[in-house]
Design a protein around this ligand. Structure first.
Ligand SMILES: *[C@@H]1O[C@H](CO)[C@@H](O)[C@H](O)[C@H]1NC(C)=O
Ligand SMILES: *[C@@H]1O[C@H](CO)[C@@H](O)[C@H](O)[C@H]1NC(C)=O
Ligand SMILES: *[C@@H]1O[C@H](CO)[C@@H](O)[C@H](O)[C@H]1NC(C)=O
Ligand SMILES: *[C@@H]1O[C@H](CO)[C@@H](O)[C@H](O)[C@H]1NC(C)=O
Ligand SMILES: *[C@@H]1O[C@H](CO)[C@@H](O)[C@H](O)[C@H]1NC(C)=O
Length: 188
């Protein structure tokens, strides 16, 4: 019995430590080992402000078909969006999302992304993560490939899961949630 109790006690202590660890781990980046590979998880929010004095996303080109296309085919947007650790646009800025989107699907709303996350705080300040891929906006969750990176993320591979956190069609303001898993060639 004594052994069982001490085992239980140990399990409770481990469980408490795990819970405490989970609570403390509210930061927007995390390092862990996965199959002996150094993996970084990033989690943050991208702010698409499309009109007004604080706009960070602009349409730079339309095709002849764009205005009549149901999917806006051919439109090219360029952006330098604020990226924050929490959903509120006024919360801590951790990165900028810089790049272009091109509407590339005649059937459904989807873009080809050239997206560079330029980290501006934390231990990876100055490093970049590059995402290139097809983003189908009609899906609740989209998977995008991490094609590479610079600085701490040199030789990066991985993927991002993104979804719409909020969208206000009247004020032309959307918040996108990103969770990115980045594996570098460094062992840990
Ligand atoms: C633009 O940004 C400034 C500074 O963050 C803020 O005070 C202002 O309310 C914003 N304006 C709009 C229209 O969102
Ligand atoms: C592209 O088309 C949209 C919708 O008609 C229009 O609001 C925008 O000004 C156009 N932009 C350019 C750069 O042609
Ligand atoms: C990030 O790095 C830049 C350039 O080295 C520096 O100016 C800035 O203060 C750093 N930001 C933070 C939050 O550490
Ligand atoms: C690799 O692992 C070390 C130790 O866990 C960590 O300090 C470092 O930031 C990691 N590098 C990347 C790019 O995640
Ligand atoms: C939002 O965008 C639409 C279409 O471009 C435009 O007609 C409208 O004026 C914009 N709203 C605001 C608040 O700027």
């Amino acid at each position: 019995m004594k052994n069982v109790n001490s085992t239980c006690g140990l399990l409770i202590i481990i469980a408490s430590l795990l819970i405490a660890g989970a609570t403390a781990e509210t930061q927007w980046f995390e390092n862990f080992c996965r199959g002996n590979k150094n993996t970084t998880k990033l989690h943050f929010y991208v702010h698409d402000v499309r009109t007004g004095p604080n706009a960070t996303l602009y349409t730079v080109a339309n095709a002849s078909i764009t205005t009549t296309s149901p999917t806006g085919f051919g439109r090219i947007n360029v952006f330098d969006d604020r990226v924050t650790a929490a959903p509120d646009i006024g919360s801590e800025e951790v990165a900028r999302a810089q790049g272009t989107t091109t509407s590339v699907d005649l059937q459904v709303s989807a873009a080809s992304m050239n997206l560079n996350f330029y980290l501006t705080s934390g231990k990876f300040n100055g490093s970049t993560v590059t995402i290139i891929g097809r983003n189908q906006f009609t899906l609740a969750q989209r998977e995008l490939p991490v094609a590479g990176g610079s600085g701490a993320f040199r030789y990066a591979r991985g993927y991002a899961i993104t979804s719409s956190y909020s969208n206000d069609a009247t004020t032309n303001y959307s918040v996108l949630e990103y969770t990115i898993y980045i594996t570098t060639s460094t062992k840990c």
